[in-house]
Design a protein around this ligand. Structure first.
Ligand SMILES: Nc1ncnc2c1ncn2[C@@H]1O[C@H](COP(=O)(O)OP(=O)(O)O)[C@@H](O)[C@H]1O
Ligand SMILES: [Mg+2]
Length: 513
C-alpha cells in the first residue's frame, strides 16, 4: 500500500467507526473531494453535502443546491435535521473557528453525532490544520500526500496513450522524477504542456522538454513562498578546500545516499540530520550546496525568515516539510538557524514560536520516513539551546583552516576557480609555508587571541585582490611575495566568539572539521 492508499484507507476506517470530525489538510480541494466521493461510494453513503460560505449547501451526487444558507451556525442547524447517513464536507473550517458561536454550534453537532446517533460525519478539507482545543479531541487528522510516483506514472501513461505518443524509458523515469513533489493539478498541467509542446514540434518528448519542466517545477516550489528550490550545479566536491573530516564524512556516506533503497536492504539507515556551526565564511553554506550536488540530490532551502514572516509560521513550516517529503530523496537546507532564535536567550523559554517551529522540524526529522538529509548551519549558537542541536545525528564544528595544507588547499581552489587551466601560467608555484606564516603573524597582530583566524572567504578575497592588482599593474607572473603583501591588508576575524563556540563544540562532542 502506498502512502496515499494508506491515508485513504485510514479515512475510510474513521468514517466507518463514526469519528465525528475528519480533518484533511490539503491545498488540493478538488482532489480531496474526489477521494471523499470514492470512499462514500465504497461505503454506500449516498448523501454527500458540501458547504462553503459562497455556495451554500450542495448535494454533490445530484449536483444541486440544497440550501442557500451561507451562515455557518444556521447551516449546522439545517444539516442537523438530516435523517439519512450523510457526509458534510466543509471547506477551510479553520476560517469559521474564530467565532465562539460557530465553535459551540459545531460542538453541539459533534455531541449529537456521538451521543444521539445523528447520522452525519463532518469532513473538512483545509489548507491549514488549526482547531480549537475543545474540538481537537473529536478529530481524526490526515494530511493528503502529493501524488506518488505510481500515480504520476498512471497519469502520464494515460495522457501518452490518449495522444498516441511514446516515451523512451530513461526520459520517462526522468520525467516522472521531475514531476514528483507537485500537486495533481500541477502534474497534469506539466504533462499537458510537455505533450503539447512536443506535439507541436516533433511528436517526441525529449530531454529538452523534461529540462523545461524541471525549471517550471522549481518556480512552482518557489511560489509556495515557504521553501526555495536551489540550483546547485555551480559547486562541486573539489571546491571545498580543507575541511578534511567533513569531506571524509561526505565520501563515506556517498554510497548510502546515492542508492538509498539498496542501503535499506542492508539495514543501513542514512543519517537524517547534519549540523554545521562555526564563524561566518568558513564554508558552511558552501558545504551544504556541495553535499546536494555531490549526492546528486535536489536542494531545498528552508528560509527561517520566510517561515517566521508568514502569517501562520507553524502552518508555513508544515507546508515546507510536506513539500520536502514529496520531493524526497533530497537535501533540506536550513541556513543560519540562529536567525530564528535572534533576540531570544538560551536557557530561557525564549521565543515560543521559534522553539515550537524548530521542535516541529526536529520531530519531522525523526518521524518522517522519506529519505531526506536535513543540513542545518549556524554562525552563532549562543542563542540556540544545545539540546536542539544534539538531536542532529551528526555535528561538525567548522573551524578556520589551521594547517598549512588546509590553507594551501583553499588558495588552490580559488586560483583554479578564477583562472582554470591558466593557473600554472599566471601564478608561480607558491611557498605556502611562507604564506601561512604571514597569516599567523597578522592574526596575532589583529586578533590578539589564539583563536582568531582567516576564514575561507577571507582567502577567497585575498586571491581576488592579488589577481586584480596583478592585472592592473601588468604583472606577468604572480609570486609568493604578492600574496604576502596582500595578506597584510586583509583583516582576519576576531576570536572571542569562536573560542566560545569551540568550547561548546568540545562539550557537545561535535567533530571538529
Ligand atoms: N573551505 C573553503 N574552501 C573553499 N572556499 C571557501 C571555503 N570556505 C569559504 N569559502 C569561500 O567563501 C565563500 C563564503 O563561504 P560560506 O560557505 O558562505 O561561509 P559560511 O556559510 O560558513 O558563512 C564560499 O562561497 C567560498 O567561495
Ligand atoms: Mg553561510
Amino acid at each position: 500500500m502506498n502512502n496515499l492508499e494508506k491515508v485513504i484507507n485510514d479515512i475510510e476506517n474513521s468514517i466507518s467507526s463514526n469519528i465525528p470530525l475528519i480533518y484533511i489538510e490539503t491545498e488540493e480541494h478538488k482532489r480531496g473531494m474526489l477521494i471523499i466521493k470514492d470512499i462514500a461510494e465504497k461505503l454506500s453513503i449516498n448523501n454527500l453535502l458540501s458547504w462553503s460560505e459562497f455556495t451554500g449547501i450542495i448535494d454533490i451526487n445530484k449536483e444541486e443546491e440544497v440550501s442557500k444558507e451561507t451562515n455557518f451556525k444556521k447551516m449546522i442547524e439545517f444539516v442537523s435535521k438530516e435523517k439519512r447517513k450523510s457526509l458534510l464536507i466543509i471547506k477551510n473550517l479553520h476560517n469559521f473557528m474564530k467565532d465562539d458561536e460557530n465553535v459551540s454550534a459545531l460542538l453541539g453537532m459533534i455531541d449529537d453525532i456521538t451521543q444521539k446517533d445523528l447520522p452525519i460525519i463532518i469532513i473538512t478539507l483545509s489548507t491549514i490544520m488549526k482547531i480549537p482545543q475543545d474540538i481537537a479531541q473529536y478529530v481524526n487528522y490526515f494530511e493528503l500526500p502529493y501524488p506518488t510516483r505510481e500515480e504520476i506514472t498512471v497519469m502520464l501513461d494515460k495522457t501518452l496513450q490518449d495522444n498516441n505518443m511514446d516515451l523512451d524509458k530513461v526520459t520517462k523515469s526522468f520525467f516522472i522524477e521531475s514531476l514528483n513533489g507537485l500537486s495533481e493539478d500541477q502534474v497534469l498541467l506539466m504533462i499537458y504542456s510537455a505533450i503539447g509542446k512536443a506535439f507541436y514540434e516533433n511528436r517526441f518528448i525529449d530531454n529538452n522538454d523534461v529540462e523545461a519542466i524541471i525549471k517550471q517545477k522549481r518556480q512552482i516550489i518557489n511560489k509556495s513562498g515557504v521553501i526555495e528550490a536551489i540550483d546547485n550545479d555551480s559547486f562541486n566536491f573539489d571546491d571545498i578546500g580543507g575541511l578534511d573530516n567533513l569531506k571524509a564524512w561526505m565520501e563515506n556516506r556517498k554510497k548510502v545516499f546515492s542508492n538509498m533503497s539498496k542501503a535499506k536492504e542492508w539495514g543501513v539507515i542514512p543519517p537524517r540530520g547534519l549540523f554545521l556551526f562555526g564563524m561566518p565564511g568558513v564554508g558552511k553554506s558552501l558545504t551544504s550546496k556541495v553535499i546536494a550536488s555531490y549526492y546528486n540530490l535536489p536542494l531545498l532551502k528552508l528560509d527561517m525568515a520566510l517561515i517566521f514572516g508568514a502569517k501562520e509560521p507553524e502552518a508555513a513550516a508544515r507546508l515546507a516539510l510536506r513539500l520536502t517529503t514529496a520531493v524526497a530523496p533530497c537535501i533540506l537546507w536550513i541556513d543560519e538557524v540562529e536567525k530564528a532564535f535572534a533576540g531570544t536567550e538560551a536557557g530561557t523559554v525564549g521565543n515560543d514560536t521559534a522553539m515550537r517551529v524548530f521542535g516541529q522540524i526536529l520531530t519531522w526529522m525523526e518521524e518522517n520516513k522519506a529519505p531526506v538529509l536535513t543540513v542545518a548551519s549556524a554562525n552563532d549558537i549562543s542563542n540556540i539551546r544545545g539540546e536542539l542541536i544534539r538531536r542532529f545525528d551528526e555535528m561538525f564544528f567548522v573551524d578556520f583552516p589551521s594547517k598549512t595544507s588546509e590553507v594551501k588547499s583553499i588558495f588552490e581552489v580559488h586560483l583554479r576557480r578564477k583562472l582554470g587551466e591558466k593557473r600554472k601560467w599566471y601564478v608561480d608555484d607558491l611557498d605556502y609555508n611562507a604564506i601561512h606564516k604571514r597569516m599567523r603573524q597578522i592574526v596575532k597582530r589583529y586578533g590578539g587571541e589564539e583563536e582568531a583566524g582567516y576564514a575561507g572567504s577571507d582567502i577567497e578575497k585575498i586571491v581576488k585582490e592579488v589577481l586584480n592588482s596583478a592585472y592592473t599593474s601588468g604583472i606577468e607572473k604572480i609570486k609568493t611575495r604578492h600574496f604576502i603583501q596582500k595578506i597584510t591588508e586583509v583583516r582576519p576575524q576576531r576570536g572571542d566568539v569562536i573560542a566560545k563556540m569551540k568550547s561548546e563544540a568540545l562539550k557537545m562532542d561535535a567533530i571538529l572539521a
